[in-house]
Design a protein. Structure first.
Length: 252
């Protein structure tokens, strides 16, 4: 009986963790190039057996608790819809590539192409991080008519002023999500990366969030129902235990 209470309680905690992920997806439904996350749950039996020094001695029948736990969040790699704009510094990527940018914490990668010209006259992200050129340095944006071509060349008045550095990763799930639509690549991920060959740049366009609000709302409702169901299980066992305590051992 105690195991059942524990399983229901861990289920409620897991639902709370899932709700936090869903809420974050909804909050970023209008964030440029945001990619939704999905909470991944795992049964405690699997979690415990993976951590045991001698897993062959693990006995599911006598294991404590059971239940589930959110062990990680999975980032969707599906591209968001493309919206056209009138800004020549707005660009979207068609393909698996990422823009490379310089930040105070080092090199980072992003799909958000809502670029601006910073006070230094160089191409930067909306958060102010300088966009890398093909050599890794910043790209100076001359005055005049600016156009960014499909291969990432930034032209001003018909003259090429720089080339966007685009990077493709063998496995995008190796990237670590950070704030402001940025991703960090580990040394292993960088070793399995290369200059983009399957990615093209769409000028005067932006990749929108791939979050589907109706889907997220349905997921939130289902999570609330699961939470309520676990709560009812706890209430039922609590009432049962109360009756047992009150009645067992009473004289006939």
């Amino acid at each position: 009986m105690i195991k059942s209470l524990y399983a229901a309680a861990t289920g409620m905690v897991a639902v709370e963790d899932r709700q936090a992920v869903i809420a974050n997806n909804i909050a970023n439904a209008s964030t440029i190039a945001y990619r939704r996350q999905e909470a991944v749950q795992k049964g405690f039996y699997g979690v415990f057996s993976n951590k045991l020094v001698r897993p062959h001695r693990f006995d599911n029948s006598s294991a404590p608790g059971g239940g589930v736990k959110v062990v990680e969040t999975f980032t969707s790699t599906l591209a968001g819809p493309i919206a056209t704009t009138d800004d020549p510094l707005n660009v979207a990527l068609s393909g698996p590539g990422f823009f490379a940018v310089n930040t105070p914490g080092g090199e980072r990668f992003t799909r958000a192409g809502n670029f601006v010209v910073d006070p230094d006259g160089e191409l930067a992200t909306a958060a102010g991080y300088k966009v890398q050129g093909s050599g890794g340095g910043a790209i100076e944006v001359p005055t005049g008519n600016v156009e960014i071509t499909q291969d990432g060349a930034l032209n001003a008045n018909g003259v090429t002023a720089g080339q966007l550095r685009l990077v493709e990763f063998e496995d995008p799930h190796m990237l670590t999500r950070q704030g402001e639509s940025l991703y960090q690549a580990s040394p292993d991920a960088m070793q399995r990366s290369a200059d983009a060959t399957q990615t093209t740049v769409l000028n005067k366009s932006l990749e929108l969030s791939n979050v589907s609000l109706p889907k997220e709302m349905v997921s939130m409702i289902l999570a609330l129902r699961a939470y309520a169901a676990n709560q009812q299980v706890i209430n039922a066992f609590d009432q049962t235990m109360t009756r047992v305590i009150e009645q067992v051992g009473m004289p006939a």
